[in-house]
Design a protein around this ligand. Structure first.
Ligand SMILES: Nc1ncnc2c1ncn2[C@@H]1O[C@H](COP(=O)(O)OP(=O)(O)OP(=O)(O)O)[C@@H](O)[C@H]1O
Ligand SMILES: [Mg+2]
Length: 519
């Protein structure tokens, strides 16, 4: 017979426990003999009170309970055991000589699981006890597993920092997790039962629920996601929320929705600050690019003066030629027309140079537009012509026919090209190279790639990590902002920039521009 130690977790014990209750010692003995070889822990009680005590302490799987007993009868014992959650789970099998249907029905009504008539057959008692023990064990294991799952789910819901509501189809909150209460500034109990529309979206049109109050119910069966929605709190304050609502179905019917929301007030403020900072950077880049173009123009001014001086000198010469012809009476209409054409051509040449300079130094409208790379490179070459002559190097254009249009800011693209060309010319001069600098373009998947190739001095050994850093220069008069500016301009236009050391000596710098969308 078992000692009387209280049992803590009955769902895990190895030896099931069976309590035998009968006021007749002889009956108890027979029951005990019947079951003793079944590896059960057997407990014995000869009256109702004792039975209840033992049941509380040991929570047996099965109780074989006599009905007719002095004092508390079996029904009363059963009733009492079923009242208390700790004993309610035992399977109660009534044992009685009473063999009428009413007694059995009453037994089942009081919560009994089974009924065995006396005198009993040993095999029947064993079979029924075995079955009920097994059922109760499974039931207890199931309950333990459910409790574990529930506590896991509760743990997960408690850990989530997003607010979660369960909503019924009318918009009443049926469940709220702790984070929801936190965000809303109230308790979970206060939330459950409240109408989500009244609570959070009170700015409704006259009489009806507001658009969001309807949306979160997912009445059309579709999930919704909304950002930057103003949600109210019970204290009258509001917050900016992001919410997701998903419909809940049971057997195909909509039974409500789950609303997951979080307070993104700070996140939105950060987004705004970030956007403002981005705009400041953008403006500064524009200003830097502009300042750099002015400085490039300053460096190239002597060359341009020379460039403009040539057509002006030519014009002066043509004018004196006409004067002389007039003075000597040799000026006929044909000769005058010829000279005037030449003067017009020269003044056009001068004004072209000035147009290019003006365009280059003006503040660009700064926006991406379709650019004809072929034309832009041809202009850049003309622009760099004086520099090329000063460095005694030619610039060769290598652009395929039918280059597609790219997207970019034309002035800034030209600025990048010009920076790369001037670096290439300087590198060629340093190496005393007479090989022309190649300025070209080709098509890549999704982009036009512009390249500038020279046979110059090549890059310094440690250039890789430093080239694009501001103020990195190996030149006495270099500022070292050319390449860093090129990179930020190219990247701002959605392109990329890089370089390669050429095996035959010299360097290739390249940058890409995205193709226009229609390509
Ligand atoms: N084509 C090239 N061949 C060899 N070295 C180059 C070439 N292009 C750039 N470099 C190296 O990269 C450095 C940085 O170039 P970057 O254009 O940024 O500045 P910089 O030409 O020195 O001065 P600036 O600001 O006037 O352009 C140069 O000083 C040079 O050492
Ligand atoms: Mg440079």
């Amino acid at each position: 017979m078992a000692d009387e130690q209280p049992v803590s977790d009955v769902s895990e014990r190895e030896q099931p426990c069976v309590l035998l209750v009968d006021d007749n010692p002889q009956n108890l003995k027979v029951l005990y003999e019947t079951l003793r070889d079944r590896h059960y822990q057997l407990l014995i009680a000869n009256d109702g009170e004792k039975a209840i005590q033992l049941a509380r302490r040991h929570r047996p799987e099965v109780i074989l309970l006599d009905i007719m007993m002095p004092g508390m009868d079996g029904y009363e014992v059963c009733d009492e055991l079923k009242q208390s959650p700790e004993t309610a789970l035992s399977a109660i099998v009534f044992l009685s000589a009473l063999n009428d249907v009413d007694a059995k029905v009453k037994g089942f009504n009081t919560g009994g699981a089974d009924y065995i008539s006396k005198p009993f057959q040993a095999q029947e008692v064993i079979a029924r006890v075995d079955t009920h023990v097994r059922v109760i064990q499974l039931d207890r294991a199931l309950q333990a597993r459910n409790r574990q799952l529930e506590s896991e789910q509760a743990g997960i819901l408690n850990a989530i920092f997003e607010g979660i509501y369960g909503l019924d189809p009318q918009g009443l909150i049926t469940f709220a997790n702790p984070a929801a209460a936190d965000i809303v500034g109230t308790t979970q109990d206060q939330l459950v039962g409240a109408a989500v529309g009244d609570l959070h979206f009170p700015d409704s049109e006259q009489g009806g629920a507001s658009e969001h109050a309807r949306r979160v119910l997912c009445l059309d069966g579709e999930p919704v996601l909304r950002r930057a929605v103003t949600m109210a709190r019970p204290d009258g304050s509001t917050f900016q929320a992001e919410y997701r609502a998903a419909p809940r179905f049971e057997r195909g019917a909509l039974t409500g929705s789950v609303l997951v929301f979080r307070d993104i007030t700070e996140e939105l403020a950060q987004d705004r600050a970030l956007e403002e900072a981005r705009q400041v950077v953008e403006t500064q880049r524009e200003q830097l690019a502009h300042a750099s173009r002015l400085s490039t123009m300053g460096e190239m001014a002597a060359g341009f003066a020379h460039e403009i001086n040539q057509p002006l000198t030519a014009i002066t010469n043509y004018v004196s030629l006409v004067s002389r012809m007039r003075d000597t009476g040799r000026l006929d209409q044909q000769a005058l027309d010829d000279v005037l054409d030449k003067i017009a051509a020269q003044s056009h040449r001068a004004s072209e140079v000035i147009r290019r300079i003006r365009q280059f130094v003006q503040k660009p409208a700064s926006g991406c537009e379709p650019v004809d790379v072929t034309r832009l490179l041809a202009e850049s070459r003309e622009f760099a012509e004086v520099d090329a002559r000063n460095n005694a190097v030619q610039i060769e254009l290598c652009v395929p026919n039918h280059l597609p249009m790219a997207l970019g800011d034309p002035v800034q693209v030209q600025q990048v090209a010009l920076n790369l060309i001037r670096n290439a010319l300087e590198a060629s001069r340093l190496a005393d190279s007479r090989e022309p600098v190649q300025l070209g373009a080709k098509v890549e998947p999704g982009a036009v790639r512009v390249f500038v190739r020279d046979h110059g001095c090549g890059l310094p050994v440690d250039a890789e990590d430093r080239l694009f850093q501001p103020f990195y220069s190996t030149k006495d008069e270099g500022m070292g902002i050319g390449l860093s500016l090129c990179r930020s301009l190219v990247q701002a236009q959605g392109g990329d920039i890089g370089f390669e050391r050429l095996p035959e000596g010299g360097t290739e710098f390249w940058f890409t521009l995205p193709l226009t969308e229609d390509q």
